[in-house]
Design a protein around this ligand. Structure first.
Ligand code: LMR
Length: 397
């Protein structure tokens, strides 16, 4: 039956983890996947998560959640993204469901887009998280691209981005990273977000925000929601995918939220259709992670502990940016490494070529995605010198 099936191509991100795990070198370093590590390179379970689990223990039954997931978790997620005082959420104008983390939220939205606006397309930034392309491809939504990153400045190509926004047909769908753009670590400034939002109004475009790193850009989740808040202030009806994988360290729990703004009456219809799409795919989402999130976000003590811990993670990464840059510069590199500290969030878009990345893997047992993205969360006091030296070796002429 299946003799015609060829092996699938390796995933450009998760395939790096597989290769890293198979490497027996004691010097190996994984700066591939975007998953936070402590300064000993160990995965972290946040204290607020442990405490929330303590509250769950013994009180958790194993019943199904509704198709749309935990109502409390969804409410708390919306407060985090839209703001506690959001008129839209108060007026019940947001259709929202629990989703299987950010990926699941994006996929649910893409399927919804295809089902109810079958002729629409999605504009995706270049570059973007590799899985975005897979998600909209598998939902059969045609993809267009828009300029985002400027390879020479290693910053935002704002002028080209604005041209693409202006030149797209009125009423186009755009995928925007709310903060800590993956893979580039380059975000528009507040001023630039305001211009983008204005232009979206002029063109009547729909903004779909993927917010996988709320808290990781500035260390403060409120501040990291500013792009969304600007769009809301300007009266946009946005869509938003939220993930608690990174900011609560709940990677394997697959907990997130999808929201779509509408009128109060239509929000009911939209939510019911989102649930209808979820039902044959996975029926209803898992309960454990949703409970952790809702307990943390609704308990003032746990919430302030969480805010402290998010800031701690963001600060450790910022410290590693400085250390990596300093270490490379100390070796006498005559290239500019300023972008390591200018970029924000979990990633550094290093500018290393695929060949240099291969060289790092083959000679130094250092693993990163072939687009040169370094997960700064995998850099530690213990490996930063080794990493800097290897980068210098493969980039010096
Ligand atoms: C990443 O970009 O490394 C993460 O979002 C993990 C993933 O699923 O790709």
């Amino acid at each position: 039956w299946w003799s015609h099936v060829e092996p699938a191509a390796k995933d450009p991100i998760l395939g790096v983890t597989e290769a890293f795990l198979a490497d027996r070198s004691p010097h190996k370093v994984n700066v591939g996947v975007g998953a936070y590590r402590d300064d000993d390179g160990k995965p972290v379970v946040l204290d607020c998560v442990r405490k929330a689990e303590g509250k769950i223990a013994g009180n958790l039954d194993m019943e199904y959640l509704p198709m749309g997931g935990s109502i409390k978790m969804v409410e708390e997620s919306l407060k985090l993204a839209y703001g506690k005082e959001s008129e839209l959420t108060k007026d019940k104008r947001v259709a929202a469901v629990q989703a299987l983390s950010g990926t699941g939220a994006c996929r649910l939205f893409a399927d919804f887009q295809k089902r109810f606006l079958p002729d629409s397309q999605i504009y995706i930034p270049i570059p973007t998280w590799a899985n975005h392309h897979n998600i909209w491809r598998d939902a059969h939504v045609p993809q267009r691209t828009f300029h985002y990153y400027h390879p020479e400045t290693r910053g935002l190509d704002f002028a080209a981005m604005m041209d693409d926004i202006k030149n797209a047909p009125n009423g186009s769908f755009f995928l925007l990273h709310a903060c800590a753009h993956n893979p580039t670590g380059v975000d528009p400034s507040e001023e630039q977000w305001r211009e983008i939002s204005y232009q979206f109004k002029v063109k009547n475009h729909f903004a779909f925000f993927d917010m996988a790193y709320q808290g990781f850009a500035s260390g403060d989740p409120e501040n990291d929601a500013k792009a969304i808040r600007i769009f809301l202030e300007d009266g946009h009806m946005i869509g938003c995918a939220q993930s608690f994988a990174k900011n609560m360290g709940l990677y394997g729990q697959r907990v997130g939220c999808l929201s779509v703004c509408e009128s109060e009456m239509q929000a009911v219809a939209v939510k019911s259709q989102l649930q209808q799409i979820a039902r044959p795919m996975y029926s209803n989402p898992p309960v454990h992670g949703a409970l952790i999130v809702s307990i943390i976000l609704s308990d003032p003590e746990l919430k302030s502990l969480w805010l402290k811990e998010v800031k701690g993670m963001a600060d450790r990464i910022i410290g590693m940016r400085t250390a990596l840059r300093k270490n490379i510069e100390k070796l006498g590199s005559n290239l500019s490494w300023e972008h390591i500290t200018n970029q924000i969030g979990m990633f550094c878009y290093s500018g290393l070529t695929p060949e240099q990345v291969d060289h790092l893997r083959n000679e130094f047992h250092i693993y990163m995605t072939r687009n040169g993205r370094i997960s700064m969360a995998g850099v530690t006091t213990g490996n930063v010198g080794y990493l800097a030296n290897a980068i210098h070796e493969v980039t010096k002429s």
